[in-house]
Design a protein around this ligand. Structure first.
Ligand SMILES: *Cc1c(COP(=O)(O)O)cnc(C)c1O
Length: 401
């Protein structure tokens, strides 16, 4: 490597730091849970974790751990193959069928992650004669997946249904053969749900397909945790659902696409991250099956999550914080100023609460916030302690009068 190239890289790093965009990683010393041990605050009481996507508290659930151990004994550790060569076990098909049955679709296909699922979805299904109409706040993986596809791209302002309709009209006027609308089910910076009733109605009017990325919704909202389409009772209007095993459904790794049988068959033939990347390990797959079973059959985790969400919203409001309204366990505490969000996050950590600040360019200028996320793994006592910390940190940082 030349000195010149190393100097170029060092300069890039310096620019990231000087613009305040450096992302540091804190090491946790315990399993993922409602309370964790973290370097820098290794108090025996633990640090209350408000920034994991561990909605149902399954990330450290003994039932999933038992399923992993059992599957490793019966099916081994790794697959050392892609699915179509020799990487498909009975377990893989069983998980794909249980995801499909859970979401009310014909079939599903597994990927190493939802990033890969979204990366592999569009290119095989649409060509240069077609159009994709995408929400401006969609996840990076949808944006990348669309870039890899030859379809013509249209973008509408976040959840702006008037703009969505103009983009659909434009795509029709431009002569699109097929149109697909792509949206996150939940916009993760705000905790807002996509307006699926209007999106599916517009899709019908303009004969478009609808793809929903339900990563923050599967297991969390809707009947039995079936996600945003179920929440809004528009299951039939949503053609393709993508999701992850890396959030509510155990938090390990793995992604999927669920939809009509021919569409899943075509993806199995053509989706590049599926064809050219290793199969998920049996332990993860078996725990995925168990996670779906628990999510579907045991409402107590979702009940606990919803109770925690209501208690937490009420408690933060009573302290005088401004929240974004909503029903999702993502609860952003609006602070406005980026420096304030950073200082608040630091004070919270010193008070035993782990929560991240988000600021421009991740969220709009002047809309800096601390994003908090509830989990069924939080006890009432944890949340009371966390509210105390929010009161103290708010006063120390100047966020509260
Ligand atoms: C987390 C997330 C992903 C990525 O999922 P992985 O399985 O972690 O790759 C994709 N889309 C959305 C909306 C997400 O929130």
């Amino acid at each position: 490597m030349t000195d010149q190239y190393l100097a170029h890289v060092a300069n890039e790093l310096e620019q990231i730091k000087s613009s305040g965009l450096w992302k540091a990683e804190r090491q946790m010393l315990s399993p993922q849970s409602g309370k964790v041990q973290v370097e820098g605050n290794n108090s025996s009481a633990g640090v209350i974790n408000l920034c994991a996507n561990n909605y149902l508290g399954l990330a450290n659930d003994p039932r999933l751990i038992a399923a992993v151990k059992q599957a490793m004994d019966s099916h081994g550790y790794g697959m050392a193959s892609v699915r179509f060569i020799c990487g498909t076990q009975d377990l893989h098909r069983k998980l794909e069928q249980s995801i499909a049955a859970y979401l009310g679709k014909d079939d599903s296909i597994l990927f190493a992650s939802c990033f890969d699922a979204n990366g592999g979805l569009f290119e095989p299904l649409l060509s240069d004669q077609d159009a994709i109409v995408s929400d401006s706040l969609n996840h990076a993986s949808i944006i990348d997946g669309i870039r890899l596809c030859k379809a013509k791209r249209y973008r509408y302002q976040n959840s702006d249904m008037t703009d969505l309709e103009s983009q659909l009209k434009q795509a029709r006027n431009d002569g699109a053969r097929f149109i697909m609308i792509a949206t996150d089910g939940v916009f993760s910076m705000d905790g807002y749900l996509a307006n699926l009733p209007d999106i599916t109605a517009l899709a019908k009017k303009y004969e478009a397909l609808v793809m929903v990325d339900d990563c923050h919704a599967t297991g969390v909202i809707g009947k039995g945790g079936r996600g945003t389409a179920s929440h809004f009772r528009v299951d039939d209007g949503v053609d393709v659902i993508t999701g992850t095993l890396g959030k509510a459904l155990g938090g390990a790794i793995g992604g999927f696409i669920a939809g009509a049988a021919p569409l899943i068959d075509l993806l199995r033939q053509r989706a590049r991250p599926y064809l050219f990347s290793n199969a998920l390990p049996p332990g993860v797959v078996a725990a995925g099956i168990e996670a779906i079973r628990l999510t579907e059959s045991d409402n107590s985790m979702r009940q606990q999550l919803n109770d925690n969400t209501a208690f937490w919203r009420q408690g933060l409001s009573a302290l005088g914080y401004e929240l974004l309204q909503g029903e999702h366990p993502i609860i952003p505490v609006m602070l406005g100023d980026a420096k304030l969000a950073q200082s608040m996050s630091q004070h919270l950590f010193e008070q035993g609460v782990y929560a991240s600040g988000f600021f421009y360019p991740v969220v709009p200028q002047g809309k800096a916030r601390i994003r908090t996320q509830m989990s069924a793994a939080h006890s009432r006592q944890d949340l009371e302690r966390a509210l105390d910390a929010f009161e103290k940190a708010g006063k120390l940082s100047g966020a509260l009068a």
